[in-house]
Write a protein that binds this ligand. Structure first.
Ligand SMILES: [Zn+2]
Ligand SMILES: [Zn+2]
Length: 173
């Protein structure tokens, strides 16, 4: 995922398109939580020289396989993340590991490398608590059945389980 921008480096207003398709696994870092890619990762857009910096606009697309935080079933999540990032020539300041959104990214020489950008976009796009669908009913806390697929009769009396626990406590006293 490298683009040679020599052609537009000294041309204000010049722009270059890019279109990469890679295996998402190639972007994994060892320390981060591993992601399951169900489709290749596509990154396309264009780089424009705006005088002070190179402005990179585009979209990242892929499909991730995630586990629902509610019913624990695997499901597919299609991502389509638009981005706009500034690149300036130079070295990132060392010691500052976390990439601040307001700070530009850096490139050296004539090459812009998109790996780090793609990785950061993925991490940002990943939901904190993935849910297979908005109305996922989850698992029955009593019998463990997936309530999306089957009904159980654990709470047929229609009493909220939390209320029934409270009722038991009250009855004891
Ligand atoms: Zn679910
Ligand atoms: Zn049940």
């Amino acid at each position: 995922m490298k683009l040679n921008i020599a052609m537009i480096k000294d041309v204000r207003g010049g722009s270059l398109p890019f279109d990469f398709t890679v295996e998402g696994e190639a972007l994994q870092t060892e320390d981060a939580e591993q992601m399951n890619f169900a489709a290749p990762l596509v990154l396309h857009g264009k780089v424009t020289n705006n005088g002070q910096s190179l402005s990179v606009e585009g979209v990242l697309k892929t499909v991730l396989q995630l586990k629902c935080g509610c019913c624990l079933e695997p499901f597919l999540l299609a991502l389509e993340e638009e981005f706009c990032e500034k690149f300036v020539e130079g070295e990132a300041e060392t010691g500052d590991m976390a990439h601040n959104e307001n700070e530009p990214s850096y490139f050296q020489g004539d090459i812009i490398s998109f790996e780090e950008l793609a990785h950061d976009l993925l991490v940002l796009a990943l939901p904190m608590r993935p849910i297979c669908r908005e109305d996922c009913r989850g698992l029955c806390v009593k019998c463990g059945k997936n309530l999306n697929h089957q009904v159980c009769s654990c709470y047929d009396d229609d009493l909220d389980p939390r209320l029934s626990a409270l009722k038991q406590l009250l009855d004891k006293e």
